[in-house]
Design a protein. Structure first.
Lengths: 114, 173
């Protein structure tokens, strides 16, 4: 009974929190996988599961929801093997990059290797 | 029969725990390998552990099986952006004076086979089986840029920079 109460309290505590962080998850699992996060991620899977998810904090009217510039190249070779080439920028660096087409093109070339 | 089977499993687990157990990177040689890689653009803490491994840094983790974990800490700098590092491609041309590392990791990479339990102030996780997890987590009040590449190079290339008023530790401590 005490264990149940502690478990419920933990879930309530984690789920009830307001997210202040940007979270981006790439995950592959085989078996039983349970995850709870104060940032808003809740999942349970049994068997094979492949997830890509993002949690973006809620903003009020007039606030910047978070400018983001991202280039990703992910190759899943197996359960425990992912080749990742990733560039991410937020805020001012993202805004500056988005306005510079030459830089965007070079970053794409670097990430995709073309 | 069931009791016998349970005893065999329990005894095997006990043997593995006793012969390969570690706490916070310290343990019997061969069962755990933990080291830190510092660069002008990031700090990475690598952990490889076999058997029973307990971690109390950043989060409370208990792992049983094989674990590879990387924690990437960004530098805090208002003048550097990772796009410059990526496009210039010459990390040695940058200033290599002591840099300031953020207190929280920006990226966590976990490769786990076996049983994995983690609990921290913001997350709870439990896994039995194979798990490969890449988590990018950053405070939305801060701007950041990050480049991560684990292919096409002998070594993983990492650049992670946070533009912030200030939250961090000096690496000279």
């Amino acid at each position: 009974m005490k264990i149940k109460f502690a478990g419920l309290s933990l879930v309530t505590l984690l789920v009830g929190c307001t997210s202040t962080h940007l979270v981006y998850v790439q995950e592959t699992s085989m078996g039983l996988n349970v995850a709870l996060s104060a940032d808003g991620m809740q999942k349970m899977s049994l068997g094979y599961d492949r997830d890509v998810m993002a949690v973006i904090p809620k903003k009020s009217d007039g606030e910047d929801a978070m400018a983001l510039f991202s280039v990703n190249n992910v190759k899943v070779n197996g359960l425990d093997n992912m080749d990742i080439a990733q560039f991410v920028a937020t805020g001012e660096p993202a805004k500056k990059l988005a306005a510079d087409q030459e830089a965007v093109s070079k970053i794409r070339t670097k990430i995709y290797g073309q | 029969m069931d009791i016998f089977a349970f005893n065999v499993v329990g005894f095997t687990a006990l043997l593995i725990s006793c012969t390969a157990c570690s706490v916070n990177g310290y343990g019997i040689p061969g069962s755990v390998d933990q080291y830190t890689t510092d660069s002008p653009f990031s700090r990475t803490i690598h952990t490889k552990a076999k058997g029973l491994h307990v971690n109390t840094h950043e989060s409370f983790d208990v792992h049983f099986g094989y674990l590879e974990k990387e924690l990437i800490y960004p530098i805090v700098d208002n003048n550097i952006v990772c796009s410059s590092y990526l496009l210039d491609g010459d990390s040695e041309s940058y200033n290599t004076e002591p840099v300031l590392f953020a207190q929280e990791p920006i990226k966590t990479i976990i490769k786990s086979t076996g049983l994995y339990f983690t609990l921290s102030s913001y997350t709870f996780g439990f896994s039995v089986g194979v798990l490969n997890r890449h988590v990018l987590r950053v405070n939305s009040e801060e701007s950041f840029s990050m480049f991560y590449q684990n292919v096409k190079s002998p070594d993983t290339q990492v650049c992670a920079v946070i533009q912030s008023q200030f939250k961090g530790d000096n690496n000279e401590n």
